[in-house]
Design a protein around this ligand. Structure first.
Ligand code: HEC
Ligand code: HEC
Ligand code: HEC
Ligand code: HEC
Ligand code: HEC
Ligand code: HEC
Length: 462
């Protein structure tokens, strides 16, 4: 090998060496200045500043700078959020700027058991802000905006009457009251015109949902879903409720607190278990046990819970049955009874004895409102339908049908769709057949309710 070519090699080697050196330095700096290290350094400085004794100081100085993670095998998650959110379980960090602030819910849901993404979504394993918060391509679970965070509660807790998630409870209430079930199934109950909603929260974003409620056909061209006239707060609540429907199963322990004990749950139990047979409330009910209006003044909550667990233990020889309530049910009932006085609850039990009232409940339960309007008054658009391009109102069905005919009409639905103008597309909404969905007794109640709708003194006799 001659001199010049060797020299050429040297030049290459020098260049390569420099390059490697640069890369090492760049790598070092990149590692040193990872965003999470910045936050951990901040955290350490804050701990140092707070340290008053030499031991505390030593402890603070030795706070390791490293990735932190919570392993959640049952939930199939690894959450590294605490790599930056370092003080979530330290109340003394309340009010600090993110990511160093204390987290309000840590006592009810210990983070070592729950992690973070089960409530917030986002990408648990990631260690940069953008990736972790999940607003990146190829990650289909971006973090829930905080204003929709109560959607997460619905995965593990029943949405209705959840005192800890009032927005979610309101969303559920709106869903039940707005007739969505007329067209959509949820948990197997409802109509067939629209898609099932059990997993809709996993496939649709908040923005999509909002837009779709306001103008369904602007996101799904030709949609048969009527635009929903929600005020802003209700629009937010129903969107939140939709987001809660992910259909993701939660394993045992995490679902153990399905129903958060509440007064309204207690009331339902009180009605279902027939307590009224032995106890009067507001002057209605049996006399075998004491009237319960003032029981909150006579008995302490602990006594009541114990009494529900095992009546004999606190009232030997009592005829009050042991119902086998769970802890949570006993708490809910107690909550209900303690507040009976202030709430002046009118129990709906007498109402449930009345077929018209039961029918009204069924009309709501199956979402007939969604097509026939609130109280069956009509007004829902159905382009090219024969009755004023609307789904007909039901106020006057008592004039056109016998009870048996009406029952058949509900069970059998509509045989064929009549278009006003045969040249235009057929009307999008039709009367579904409810046979197999609604049981016989409920249809009788519905008929009683529909017959009751006819305005009084309106017997013009055409
Ligand atoms: C690399 C550091 C880092 C990681 C990892 C990280 N965060 Fe954050 N987080 C931040 C910073 C910084 C802020 C405040 C600025 C912002 O909102 O972007 C923040 C803010 C938040 C907020 C408040 C948002 C708001 O709208 O006010 C939530 C909620 C949150 N993070 C949750 C999470 C969850 C859940 C994870 C894990 C999946 C996570 N973070 C992982 C740094 C991080
Ligand atoms: C049980 C559900 C749940 C879990 C688990 C959970 N969070 Fe939250 N998080 C919430 C709720 C609800 C809020 C809103 C609190 C509020 O508005 O007062 C919230 C708020 C936040 C905020 C914003 C606080 C603010 O007011 O700016 C951050 C940041 C945050 N969480 C991060 C985390 C991190 C990190 C973890 C895991 C260590 C975590 N969360 C675990 C439910 C949860
Ligand atoms: C992954 C499932 C899960 C999610 C999501 C979840 N929780 Fe919980 N929650 C639980 C479990 C399990 C308990 C019982 C914890 C225990 O006692 O060990 C609980 C307990 C509670 C309690 C205390 C109930 C009582 O009376 O003892 C409240 C209140 C609560 N959760 C509210 C919420 C709210 C609000 C949200 C949404 C921000 C939420 N939870 C999200 C599973 C969950
Ligand atoms: C008259 C029938 C009807 C009523 C009432 C109705 N919808 Fe719909 N909905 C549909 C039809 C049809 C579709 C499918 C076409 C589309 O995407 O708009 C749909 C689609 C949806 C979707 C999108 C589902 C998906 O995964 O694409 C959501 C979410 C939804 N409806 C929620 C609701 C809610 C909540 C209510 C009650 C406030 C409601 N709907 C009332 C007929 C109805
Ligand atoms: C998906 C929309 C939709 C839902 C949900 C729906 N209906 Fe209908 N219903 C219609 C349409 C459209 C008609 C009109 C059919 C026609 O013109 O032939 C109709 C007709 C009727 C009629 C006959 C009215 C008349 O004047 O002849 C009755 C009664 C009725 N529906 C009851 C109910 C009840 C009860 C429920 C709830 C269990 C219900 N409907 C749910 C769309 C619906
Ligand atoms: C078969 C009749 C019977 C039924 C059904 C019954 N109870 Fe009782 N209950 C009694 C009798 C008798 C007493 C009085 C003796 C005692 O304290 O156990 C009583 C006592 C009570 C007390 C204490 C009242 C006081 O002033 O000390 C409460 C609270 C109570 N019952 C609640 C309920 C609830 C809630 C239900 C339904 C889940 C229920 N009971 C069902 C018979 C009944």
């Amino acid at each position: 090998m001659n001199e010049p070519s060797l020299r050429k090699f040297y030049a290459w080697f020098t260049a390569l060496g420099l390059l490697v050196g640069l890369l090492v330095i760049a790598g070092y700096y990149k590692d040193e200045f990872r965003e999470w290290k910045t936050y951990q350094t901040q955290f350490r400085q804050e701990e140092l500043r707070r340290a008053t004794t030499p031991q505390q100081k030593l402890l603070a100085e030795n706070t390791p700078v490293q990735i932190r993670q919570i392993l959640l095998p049952e939930l199939h998650r690894v959450d590294r959020c605490t790599t930056c959110h370092l003080a979530v379980d330290d109340p003394s960090y309340g009010g600090y700027a993110q990511p160093l602030a204390y987290h309000p819910l840590s006592d009810q849901h210990p983070f070592e058991k729950f992690g973070c993404t089960v409530c917030h979504r986002g990408q648990g394993r990631a260690t940069t802000v953008a990736d972790a918060h999940g607003n990146v391509p190829h990650w289909d679970e971006p973090m829930l905006p905080l204003r929709y965070i109560q959607a997460s509660c619905g995965q593990c807790h029943q949405a209705a009457d959840n005192p800890a998630a009032p927005e979610l409870a309101r969303g559920q209430q709106l869903f039940d009251d707005s007739g969505c079930r007329g067209c959509h199934k949820l948990n197997g109950v409802g109509g067939i015109i629209g898609p099932e909603l059990d997993k809709v929260g996993a496939r649709r974003s908040p923005e999509w949902l909002r837009q779709h409620f306001l103008a369904p056909s602007s996101v799904t061209p030709g949609s048969a879903m009527p635009p929903q006239k929600f005020a802003e707060t209700n629009l937010e609540a129903i969107t939140l409720f939709m987001l809660s429907l992910t259909g993701e199963p939660v394993p045992g322990y995490y679902a153990s607190m399905k129903v958060i004990p509440s007064s309204s749950q207690g009331r339902r139990l009180f009605e279902q278990k027939g307590c009224i047979a032995c106890h009067a409330v507001g002057g209605v009910g049996g006399k075998i046990g004491p009237a319960l209006d003032d029981v909150g003044l006579r008995r302490k909550p602990e006594w009541m819970i114990q009494h529900f667990r095992n009546p004999q233990a606190v009232s030997p020889g009592t005829v009050m049955p042991q119902f086998g309530f769970t802890e949570s049910e006993a708490r809910a009932l107690t909550d209900f009874l303690v507040h009976l006085r202030d709430q002046k609850v009118a129990l709906s039990l007498p109402a449930l004895m009345n077929p018209v009232e039961r029918g009204r409940a069924a009309f709501r339960k199956y979402g007939c409102i969604g097509c026939h309007g609130p109280d069956g008054k009509g007004g829902v658009p159905n382009p090219n339908a024969k009755t004023a391009e609307q789904v007909p109102g039901l106020l006057y069905v008592a004039d056109g049908y016998t009870k048996a005919e009406l029952k058949a009409r509900i069970l059998d639905g509509q045989k064929e769709i009549t278009a006003l103008d045969p040249k235009r597309p057929p009307p999008p909404l039709y009367m579904p057949a409810w046979r197999g969905t609604i049981n016989d007794a409920e249809v009788d109640d519905l008929v009683a309710y529909l017959f009751s709708l006819k305005p009084k003194g309106d017997d013009v006799g055409f």
